[in-house]
Design a protein around this ligand. Sequence first.
Ligand SMILES: [Zn+2]
Ligand SMILES: [Zn+2]
Length: 336
Amino acid sequence: MLAAFFKTPGVVELREVERPEPRNGEVLVRVTAAGICGSDVAFFRSKQRDWHRRGHEFAGVVEKVGEGVQRLKRGDLVAGVGSVPCGECSGCARGEPQLCSNVRAAGVGAFAEYVCNGEEFFFKIDGLTGEEGALIEPLTVAMQMVRDAGVGFGSKTLLMGAGPIGLMALNICKASGARAYVSHPTSSRARLEAARGMGADAVFSPNELTQRLLEREPEGVDSAMVTIPPSIGIAQAASVLRVGGTIALIGMEFEPEANLRLDIDRFHFRKLRLIGSNHNPCAPLYPEAARLLREGIVNVEKIVSHRFPLFWIKEAFEFATERRDEVIKVMIVAED
Ligand SMILES: [Zn+2]
Ligand SMILES: [Zn+2]
């Protein structure tokens, strides 16, 4: 089978490797769609790392099951599950699997013709397309962030960053009846247009954000969701929150020195809260994510902006990296 190997920054190679055989409890899936994540793009551009595989947002068709597999059979359409709770730690025992302290990750490697993994790392997606299935994992990132921000009917929230995660969070916020503002650099035309088309109550460029948002919401907003580099995002979010407001943060800055300087007086006197919004383990969120896609609350056609076959993986990554004005999400799709 073909599989993509990365040597970063900037090198991709398609290699012929042996197709894995599913062992006891494992399932072999033919990948039909795999999304390029923002984390993949950031890695591709900046990190120095020797040959490795990537791809963690995907769906496909079960090709073969190993012995002892209970739920799945050949021909089932499945989405890859990024991580599962251990079921045994104190978080799991408290009934809070999202606070599991021993998360089991599926690993990466979906930019390939096949993926083989334990049955628990696949979720059946009856009624969804492969591309919708491949959106479930990033959608759970958005869902966890919206939950952590405490968004609900009538609340006012700010989404910082209109990438796929921010846009899907916007879909959920609007479906919940919240007022949702978006800030994003004007250089990213496609993302700004998408945010407007998805019903953002207003879209601001980052340099006018504080002033223009406070004109509309003089007491500040209830919450902010930060999907941009936190070194910029947190201070700006803190400047537009109401007293007692919440910042939910996806803090992937990819640098060991991603430490911040914060105006702690502001956090103290304004009684602000900062929540690290890691979605892992994401498995418990999959059924609800599938519903959001099935009911059209999140629409794949509005998130996936470009499609490339696996054979063009190099071009796909270069496109996602260089054409920032046009790209929302790039999907690698199987040709058949
Ligand atoms: Zn991702
Ligand atoms: Zn656990």
